[in-house]
Design a protein around this ligand. Structure first.
Ligand code: B12
Length: 204
């Protein structure tokens, strides 16, 4: 797993994907493989912040991770029940285009048999409200990695309430803390793994 983490961190796309396929075919736990690649992404973030990696490397990391998710996801679903456990509307809030973390949340939720309506990035508040109205989703997930994303996240929670929609709201993104969660008025915040736990608690 350490080797996988470093292949991800070093952006060695071909070697990484080959290694993952071999491990999956050999029956290795897909969750352990996923976790190792996520740790590799943290190393990518640290290298960017220290100036070792550039924006182009970050973009590349996103593309590599997307392929990793595509390869692993079918193995998550294998042998498990396929009935939907509930609907979740998710998106990255307006003004913010970071979607690597949000996409991980989407993958994890879909693997856990939730039906996810992914609104994409830079999503206006009213689109969240309309999507809940149209789909009858019970949970809304809002992702935001920029500090300027916090006020629109708060507006989104207020708009959902003002529309009389009975939904639970979870938020996430690297800079989201308990204080941010309180400010935004969300029900919970956390990681992609937490997102599944929250939905299991709320909808289970
Ligand atoms: C990769 C990256 C980019 C990529 C994004 C590619 C993509 N497709 O997403 C690119 C190069 C495009 C980019 C652009 C910019 N970025 Co940027 N970026 C990052 C970086 C290095 C990593 C983010 C990442 O993907 N991490 C890995 C994922 C897996 O982690 P994550 O997103 O936190 O997600 C996890 C959890 O938080 C959670 N989660 C995420 N969403 C949700 C949602 C819910 C509901 C739940 C429950 C959980 C959850 O689940 C995930 C797994 O557990 C961060 C640094 C950092 N420390 O985060 C900066 C960072 C976020 N970026 C930053 C900046 C400034 C920018 C730019 C403004 C740069 C510029 N000069 O143009 C632009 C912004 C453009 C815009 N309008 O959005 C700053 C933000 C600073 C701030 N205080 O606002 C950061 C913190 C870097 C820094 N230290 O300066 N960026």
């Amino acid at each position: 797993m350490e080797e996988l983490k470093m292949l991800m961190a070093d952006l060695k796309e071909d070697e990484l994907l080959q290694k993952i396929k071999e491990l999956l075919e050999a029956g290795e736990d897909p969750q352990a493989i996923f976790d190792a690649c996520q740790e590799g992404m943290s190393v990518v973030g640290s290298r960017f912040e220290s100036g070792e990696y550039f924006l182009s490397d970050l973009i590349m990391s996103g593309e590599v991770f997307r392929q990793v998710s595509e390869v692993i996801t079918p193995y998550f679903a294998e042998g498990e029940e396929t009935k939907s456990k509930g609907k979740v509307v998710i998106g990255t809030i307006i003004g913010d285009i970071h979607d690597i973390g949000k996409d991980i949340v989407v993958t994890m939720l879909r693997s856990a048999n939730y039906e996810v309506i992914d609104l994409g990035v830079d999503v206006p508040v009213e689109n969240f409200v309309n999507a809940v109205k149209e789909t009858g989703a019970s949970v809304v997930g809002i992702s935001g990695l920029l500090t300027v994303a916090f006020p629109p996240m708060k507006e989104c929670v207020e708009a959902l309430k003002a529309a009389g929609l009975d939904v639970k709201v979870m938020i996430g993104g690297a800079p989201v803390t308990e204080d941010v969660c309180k400010y935004v008025g969300a029900d919970a915040f956390g990681t992609a793994h937490d997102a599944v736990e929250f939905c299991n608690n709320w909808l289970g």
